[in-house]
Design a protein around this ligand. Sequence first.
Ligand SMILES: *Cc1c(COP(=O)(O)O)cnc(C)c1O
Length: 399
Amino acid sequence: MNIYERRGVRTLINAKGPATRLSGGIMRPEVTAAMAEAAKHCVDMAELQAHASQVIAGVTGAEAGYVASGAAACLTLATAACVTGLEPGRMARLPDTTGMKNEVVVVRSQRNFYDHAVRAAGIRLVEVGLPDRYAGAGVRDAEGWEIADAITDRTAAVFYVADAAARPPLAEVVKVAHAAGVPVIVDAAAQLPPQANLRRFIEIAADLVAFSGGKALNGPQGTGILAGRRDLVMAAALQHLDLDIAWEQWSPPAALIDKDRLKGVPQHGIGRPCKVGKEQIIGLLTALELFVAEGDAARHQRWRAMMETLANGLQGIPGTKVALHGIGSTDEVPTVTLTLERSNRLPAIDVVIALQSGSPAIQVDPLLCDQGIVAFNPVCLQPGEAETVGAAVRQLLLA
Ligand SMILES: *Cc1c(COP(=O)(O)O)cnc(C)c1O
């Protein structure tokens, strides 16, 4: 029995891909070994974060970086940083933003459940653009001038949720925001791979970018990366670190925090609930370095082999069609879909439910179930599991 079973908790095979609900992925042995070693020593957390900043800067091309408890946590820190700047008094007052810049502009079609993390800093989202799916005149979504129009002297930041389909293009958003002196925060939580995205949003001159540590980076589930401008990362760090220390005693690492620019120690800020441990920071940095070292081509090949094994296992089930996707470019994640014909006895969602209640429990992607499609993703699959998933689906549909 494994450690979960001994405690009466089921384990599962994750063919859905990284999801917080399903505990993320499985870390490489190098990552868990690094975390175990990290647990054996005490460090000054600000010094560890200053080191993380250097590593993240090297990998992303940003001026500075920081680690918090997820991409969502990084978005709260990023927003708080844009609202307060380097003013300890303002940091102390959050989430009460009375008298501060307390609006964040967002394109309406980019609103999503994670923007709670931005609102948590005490700001009000100002939506622009109307992605009109009714008129039939083509979906116009939002344009740069609408963002420019919504920016006022109350605007703390523009929030952008990166995605291949996101409109307007980030470069245009950055241009209008910067013309008004307003920073741009990018949610790039799920934008890896391709690896080039670690640098791309910074190259486009986004001011702060958040990535998940627990998705394709394969780091600790409760970690995220914030990369961006030195002054804003400093403002984020000041609202996250435990600074319960007297001014005279406080000697923060200059690479992360420039004490000369501050009039006081802000102590525990709004980011305090986004705490990460030293083990998670070391685990994340190790995973980040391994992600970069493996490279898109080798990673794609590893995932593709699993998806080909699965596709072979699913061939020839009457009333179904198997397809392999995302194999044309190493920028993509290879996936498999199983399309069930209407004549099939089981609707797609029932296949998903049967698999998750089976033994072993198997989680697959229900996103396209309303089109009769069950989808499979390799990112959290372990060696040998593609065979198990294929056999379980066969058994279910041939029964
Ligand atoms: C996953 C995700 C998040 C949250 O990331 P965590 O690391 O789990 O906090 C935020 N935004 C988007 C778009 C995501 O896909």
